[in-house]
Ligand binder design. Structure first.
Ligand code: AMP
Length: 290
């Protein structure tokens, strides 16, 4: 696997692949790779060649006081995983490569970026959209792979692609979970032994809401009450938000009628975790995807 550290070299590789009529896949990450990331890579490998993975810990999507400085950076282990997965190229730029002195242009996806994650983390989605657009310009992917774990992020990227007429297909992949249901995340490494056990409460809350949907509940306030009840019973948990929103607009829903997400952001000790469940109509019934 080739490691590509400069924008100029990345663009050269991308242009070459395009000239050869090859289908470029991109998996953007911040590193500290786990099975969730690798599922995106595997999907990309099935559908594209070459596949590029980027590892870029994007300072512009972290707020002051967030975990940028302590975010895990296990580069050796990441290299091994990507090599084993036969990724063609790792794009590993420095922050100064991406944001040279004087950088001053940002992408702001209005509306969608202001709610939920965007409200709790001001400026976060501006940083995400900006870096993802830049990555698209550097890697020229036909397909770019994102996880449903970050459902609002995936939706915002799709909106950016639509609004800016970008020629890239956004592929959203399912959430990969630990055997006890905890959604895989690089941030799970922050959890103490006791917090790690408590962290399963996110999945338990979503499962409780799923059970209610299967039992016929359609009132989203009722579902939200259930989410809060389960989460608040866990002493290590502090709820940031637990909401049922429309899957397109991310606006609150009153009663289930179209695809929706149940979205959670919960502090377990000092660690902020997110998780979600897709709720979609299936004939007369509703199905949920955890
Ligand atoms: P990150 O390194 O956290 O920026 O994540 C890079 C990509 O991996 C994003 O598209 C995430 O949504 C996706 N991802 C992270 N965790 C998971 C997971 N547990 N399952 C599926 N995708 C994930």
């Amino acid at each position: 696997m080739e490691t590509i550290r400069t924008v100029a070299w990345m663009k050269e590789k991308a242009r070459e692949a395009r000239q050869d009529q090859r289908i470029i896949g991109l998996v953007p990450t911040m590193g500290a790779l786990h099975a969730g990331h690798m599922a995106l890579v595997e999907r990309a490998k099935r559908e594209c060649a070459p596949v590029f993975t980027s590892i870029f810990l994007n300072p512009k999507q972290f707020g002051p006081g967030e975990d940028f400085s302590r975010y895990p950076r296990p580069l050796e282990a990441d290299l091994e995983k990507l090599t084993d997965a036969r990724v063609d190229g790792l794009f590993l730029p420095d922050a100064t490569e991406i944001y040279p002195h004087g950088f001053s242009t940002y992408v702001n996806v209005e509306g969608l970026s202001d709610r939920l994650e965007g409200k709790s983390r001001p400026g976060h989605f501006r940083g995400v959209a900006t870096v993802v657009l830049k990555l698209f310009e550097m890697v020229l992917p036909h397909n770019a792979y994102f996880g449903r774990k970050d459902a609002q992020q995936a939706r915002i990227i799709q909106q950016m692609v639509r609004d800016l007429n970008l020629d890239v297909e956004i592929v959203v992949c399912p959430i990969v979970r630990e055997s006890d249901g905890l959604a895989m995340s690089s941030r799970n490494a922050y959890l103490t032994h006791e917090e790690r056990k408590a962290a399963t409460v996110l999945h338990r809350a979503l499962r409780a809401a799923a059970g209610e949907i299967h039992a016929g509940v359609r009132d989203s306030l009722q579902l939200q009450r259930t989410l809060h009840k389960v989460l608040e019973a866990e002493p290590h948990a502090r709820v940031d938000y637990a909401e049922v929103v429309d899957a397109e607009s991310f606006a609150p829903v009153v009663r289930l009628s179209k695809p929706a997400f149940a979205l959670l952001a919960v502090y377990i000790g000092q660690t902020r975790l997110i998780d979600n469940m897709l709720i979609a109509p299936a004939g007369e019934e509703w199905r949920v995807e955890l």
